[in-house]
Ligand binder design. Structure first.
Ligand SMILES: Cc1ncc(COP(=O)(O)O)c(C=O)c1O
Length: 403
């Protein structure tokens, strides 16, 4: 997604001119999101469907922007399902996630879910009992955790090794026999989500090829027919080197060939992407409150912190940022400033873990300037511990879609 910094900076200046205290805000660029999502859907091969994993950012304007573009939403809790169903009663929904309780499975049966991604034999059996009681059949995908030789690891692995996610292949025969004896459960296919933060398009293509091969093999071994394979989410954002992002153009063009050669001509391939859809539409903005040196290090203290924007701490990176100079200074004493030095950017929390950027070179930052952190539209506000220290929540602004 191309960042529209000019529009974002204009909004920041506008907000700052009206603010009566240091500013802290999230700004989401809905036109950029709309364009990006349409590009992703438009470049995927015919046989693919793009679902949006709402856990990345479930704000209503984000979902409203995406709903006319994506094939559906992927939810991972009863809360997300209720939220999506309240506003999008007809939109196809996939229900995945570990540890689903009976009430959530029942919700899936009654709330017109396209399919449930089943995580264990016990979950499968509970779903079957609930579906018999409701006298409604339910479609499922079995989420399977498989070992892959020489799997190139990313910084966040959900499978390919022991994890709480998915069904082990040792349990697969029992699951298939169970399904064959229970017509209330319709097996649509298999679901794989082995990793997140994938930055390498070629490696992702290889992974998908292996998923498809594996699924075809299971169809032969178990004599089953499937119509869907869900290849998960997991396409990453390069926070450390933002100019080197996942090469979607290569990925989508080579995917076409891969799918036409995979020997599964009827199959629908679903993606459930979160981060790659919304990360680049969001910006976290902190106004500089203080600048100081402690021992040999420089610290810039911004309004807000990791209780709003936990992404850098969660991923262990130093988040890149832009400085938007603000020219007003209301005090009679000199304005603190730092030039041509490396800085650490922290927030207002009483913990050294409240670190957003570290060892970041800056040309010039003054108290009162704005720091703008891009790629803050996914797993940012929604994964943060908002009420720690009871600071106020940041403003949430959405650059509007054009009529
Ligand atoms: C099962 C599953 N699907 C999809 C996603 C979305 O992943 P991403 O945001 O990396 O695309 C996740 C994220 O944790 C997940 O666990």
């Amino acid at each position: 997604m191309k960042l529209r910094l000019t529009e974002v900076v204009e909004k920041i200046r506008d907000l700052e001119s009206q603010a009566f205290e240091p500013l802290c805000a999230y700004i989401y660029d809905l036109p950029a999101l709309q364009q990006h999502a349409a590009y992703l859907v438009g470049t995927l091969p015919e046989s693919c469907e793009l679902f949006y994993a709402v856990k990345a950012n479930s704000d209503l304007p984000i979902l409203q922007t995406l709903a006319p573009i994506v094939a559906g939403f992927e939810v991972s809790s009863g809360g997300e399902l209720a939220w999506v169903r309240k506003y999008f009663p007809e939109k196809p929904v996939i229900f995945s996630g570990p540890g689903k309780i009976d009430q959530e499975l029942d919700q899936a049966i009654h709330q017109n879910v396209d399919c449930v991604h089943v995580e264990s034999i016990n979950e499968l059996q509970r779903l079957a009992s609930l579906s018999i009681r409701a006298e409604k059949s339910i479609s499922i995908l079995l989420r399977v955790n498989i070992a892959i030789d020489n799997l190139a690891a990313t910084t966040l692995m959900m499978g390919g090794k022991p994890t709480p996610f998915g069904i082990s292949i040792q349990d697969l025969p029992e699951c298939i026999s169970w399904i064959q004896a229970h017509p209330e459960i319709r097996l649509y296919g298999f679901h794989f989500h082995l990793l997140s933060h994938q930055l390498d398009a070629e490696a992702h293509l290889q992974l998908i090829e292996l998923y498809l091969k594996q699924a075809r093999l299971w169809c032969e071994i178990y004599g089953i027919k499937i119509n869907h394979i869900n290849v998960g989410g997991g396409i990453g954002i390069n926070y450390r080197q933002p100019e080197q992002q996942f090469d979607w153009e290569i990925f989508s063009s080579k995917l076409k060939l891969l799918l036409s050669n995979c020997g599964l001509p009827e199959i629908r391939v679903r993606f459930e992407l979160g981060r790659y859809v919304t990360a680049a539409c969001g910006y976290y903005v902190m106004q500089v409150i203080d600048i100081k040196k402690n021992f040999d290090q420089n610290f810039i203290v911004g309004r807000g912190g990791s209780h709003h924007f936990r992404t850098p701490y969660a991923q262990g990176h130093s988040h890149p940022f832009y400085v938007v100079p603000i020219n007003t200074w209301q005090y009679p004493f000199p304005r603190p400033e730092i030039s041509n030095e490396k800085v650490n950017v922290v927030g207002q929390l009483c913990t050294p873990k409240d670190l957003i950027s570290f060892d970041s070179p800056v040309i010039s930052v003054r108290c009162g300037d704005m720091l703008v952190f891009p790629y803050a539209g996914a797993y940012a506000w929604h994964i943060s511990h908002h009420d720690f220290l009871r600071h106020p929540h940041p403003q949430q602004l959405f650059l509007p879609l054009k009529e």
